[in-house]
Design a protein around this ligand. Structure first.
Ligand code: C5P
Length: 245
């Protein structure tokens, strides 16, 4: 297994200096750096260009959600700025997701690059059943609704979804093994759970079929991030070895 390819490091930090330091320390172990709204709104292209200068990939976790034309143009710019991996809200609807695909593909073609990976965000984990029932007034079970949105994302030509490791098997069963799943809420055996509820260890998530695992505070808040990352690699390798015996 190529562990590095699966590791997505969440750069959820306050300052550009902290983000650059993490990139310096961890680029050899990280397939993709996740740049979310916090960092992107603060330091936009500066952090992106820094990651690119290390020949590393980044996942622009900006969750686009707007009318199809705006999303199409935004997706085009995301690719032209060097991303090959980003996400959109599936609740923007089929036409909006198709527009994201179209914008991204147009830009990739312009640059002569392979198609970008686009993931759909189905239901944010902060949206509970109660919110769905009483604020959105959608009378559906939250997990069934998330699967329904994942199906729409596939129909729109997206490559996968963001979901908890506990849902990977269900998604793969319903949508096929090629449909990618990126899993947050990953906690190594030795780390704190923080505010995450539906968690899995790195090895468990991969075993269940996760294509990408998001590692955040377990590494970024550790006293020695590189050592923490090496421990995660060891834990995954140990899991693999145990499963072979
Ligand atoms: O520090 P931690 O490992 O909990 O970070 C998880 C990352 O994944 C954060 O960037 C968080 O915003 C993101 N995420 C999440 N749950 C989701 C979607 C994204 O934790 N459902």
């Amino acid at each position: 297994m190529n562990i590095k390819e699966k590791i997505v490091l969440a750069l959820d930090v306050e300052t550009i200096e902290e983000a650059k330091k993490l990139v310096d320390e961890l680029y050899e172990y990280t397939g993709t750096f996740k740049v979310g709204l916090q960092l992107f709104c603060g330091y936009g292209l500066e952090i992106i260009n820094y990651i690119l200068s290390k020949n590393s990939n980044f996942f622009l976790d900006v969750k686009l959600h707007d009318i199809p034309n705006t999303v199409q143009k935004a997706a085009e710019n995301v690719i032209l700025r060097g991303a090959n991996f980003f996400n959109v809200h599936a609740t923007g609807g089929l036409e909006m997701m198709k527009a994201a695909r179209k914008g991204a593909d147009t830009a990739s073609e312009k640059l002569g690059r392979k198609k970008a990976l686009i993931l759909g965000v189905t239901m944010l984990t902060s949206i509970s059943q109660d919110v769905l029932d009483n604020e959105f007034m959608i009378n559906k079970n939250v997990s069934d609704f998330a699967i329904h949105l994942a199906k729409l994302a596939k129909e729109a030509g997206l490559d996968g979804v963001v979901a908890s490791a506990l849902e990977v098997e269900k998604i793969k069963n319903e949508l096929g093994s090629d449909f990618k799943v990126l899993c947050p809420g990953i906690r190594p055996k030795w780390s704190l759970t923080d505010d995450q509820k539906r968690i899995a260890t790195p090895y468990e998530a991969i075993k269940r079929g996760a294509d990408y695992i998001v590692i955040g505070r377990a590494v970024t808040k550790s006293e020695n991030p590189k050592e923490a990352m090496i421990k995660i690699y060891e834990e995954i390798k140990e899991g693999e070895l145990c499963s072979q015996h």
